[in-house]
Design a protein around this ligand. Structure first.
Ligand SMILES: Cc1ncc(COP(=O)(O)O)c(C=O)c1O
Length: 386
């Protein structure tokens, strides 16, 4: 296939992501504001939690102010802390490993496998020690890692399984929604996620004890739940912090979650168009869901063949006003902070995948013409590299 010739007069820049907002978002936030009270812990917080619980069919959803703090709170809830090791991928956003450090434990990096880019269960098994308290896999880009195999490893060794489902809200593995398979999971509602609220996150779990500890941690270890309504300051029974979500943010969460099926369908429609067009472009392999799973395409990411000059592809797209970004390079174990604190582990698959992936614009209402422009840009760059 011959790449479309670039005429240098493309109409509009194509961003990496765009938020799909609606009048109902404005109405919900306005409603919260106009109530004129309870902006910190108003009715939308509980409503958003109930809606997440119902969507995922879990007993507890506890909303917080980011996906990162959801991870820290979940580790606190699981009782993971000083003296513990947590097995994490390095091929992830740095928050996954940082959360482990912030909880006082040590992240231990294990390699990923090539199909899902998630933790390789065999590599994980090799890194388990007497100090391992949890396995913390990431569902990359909106599709499952080998979560059932990882659950089996966690079970066999008696360690906790915490899913980093920041990117996978609404996706399934073998008929189970991501975030409902481990002992607990962390969700993110950051601006480019499936349900964006600006910033935000949640811990989800079926375990009452984990939920109780997360609730304490997110509100200074305060045992009472009516702090803002009561004359008493209440009792403080654990160490905690303030990572609560505001009522206005939760209002946005409720209205976004009401439309989640459409938001996901829009991304899947866009992904199908990309995948159909990339099918005839040699050297490009789109990331896809594993067998028996679904993909919600929080990102649309392709793997470029080793001979392709990725920097040139990005440059070509940028020249055409098209954004593109690498999630994630460098992988976490090569960042300055982690390089300086420990001997760099050998993670050959992580290094190879980090060298070759590229994420292109993806949002629910991206136009077919925009997708065509992206594919044409990638094709042109690839033709120049070969
Ligand atoms: C895999 C992964 N984990 C954790 C996070 C952290 O979420 P947040 O940015 O909401 O703190 C993100 C978000 O970028 C992520 O992609």
């Amino acid at each position: 296939m011959c790449a479309t010739e670039y005429m240098g007069n493309d109409p509009e820049p194509i961003p990496l992501f765009e938020i799909d907002w609606s009048e109902s978002d404005i109405e919900a936030v306005t409603d919260s504001i106009q109530r004129g009270g309870y902006w910190a812990k108003g009715p939308y917080v509980e409503a958003f939690e109930e809606e997440i619980e119902s969507y995922l069919s879990v007993d507890h959803a506890l909303v917080v102010n980011s996906g990162t703090t959801a991870l820290v709170a979940a580790l606190e809830g699981l009782g993971v802390g000083e003296g513990h090791e947590v097995i994490v991928p390095s091929f992830t956003f740095i928050a996954t490993a940082n959360a482990v450090r912030l909880a006082g434990a040590e992240p231990v990096f294990a390699d990923i496998e090539r199909e899902t880019y998630g933790l390789d269960p065999e590599a994980v098994e090799q890194r388990i020690t007497d100090d391992t308290a949890a396995i913390l896999p990431v569902h990359c880009y909106g599709a499952a890692c080998r979560i059932q195999d990882l659950a089996a490893v966690a079970n066999e060794h008696g360690v906790a399984l915490l899913e980093d489902a920041a990117e996978g809200f609404g996706a399934e593995a073998d008929g189970q929604l991501l975030g409902t398979i481990g002992d607990a999971a962390a969700l993110s509602f950051c601006q480019n996620k499936i349900i964006p609220t600006g910033e935000g996150g949640a811990v989800v779990t079926d375990d009452d004890e984990i939920a109780h500890r997360v609730k304490l941690y997110r509100s200074h270890g305060r045992a009472t739940t009516d702090y803002f309504d009561s004359a008493s300051s209440g009792e403080y029974v654990a160490l905690g912090t303030n990572i609560r979500m505001s009522d206005m943010t939760a209002a946005l969460g409720c209205s976004q979650l009401d439309r989640v099926d459409d938001l996901i369908a829009g991304r899947q429609r866009a992904a199908d168009m990309y995948t159909e067009r990339f099918a005839t472009v040699e050297s490009v392999t789109p990331h896809h869901a594993p067998a028996g799973g679904t993909h919600v395409h929080q990102l649309y990411t392709v793997e470029l063949a080793p001979e392709i000059d990725r920097a040139h592809v990005i440059e070509t797209l940028n020249e055409r006003d098209i954004s593109a970004k690498v999630y994630w390079d460098p992988p976490v174990h090569h960042t300055a902070y982690y390089r300086e604190r420990e001997e760099t582990p050998e993670l050959p698959v992580t290094d190879e995948i980090a060298d070759r992936v590229l994420s292109v614009p993806m949002y629910p209402n991206i136009l077919e013409g925009e997708i065509e422009r992206v594919v044409a840009g990638v094709e042109t760059a690839i033709e120049a590299s070969s």
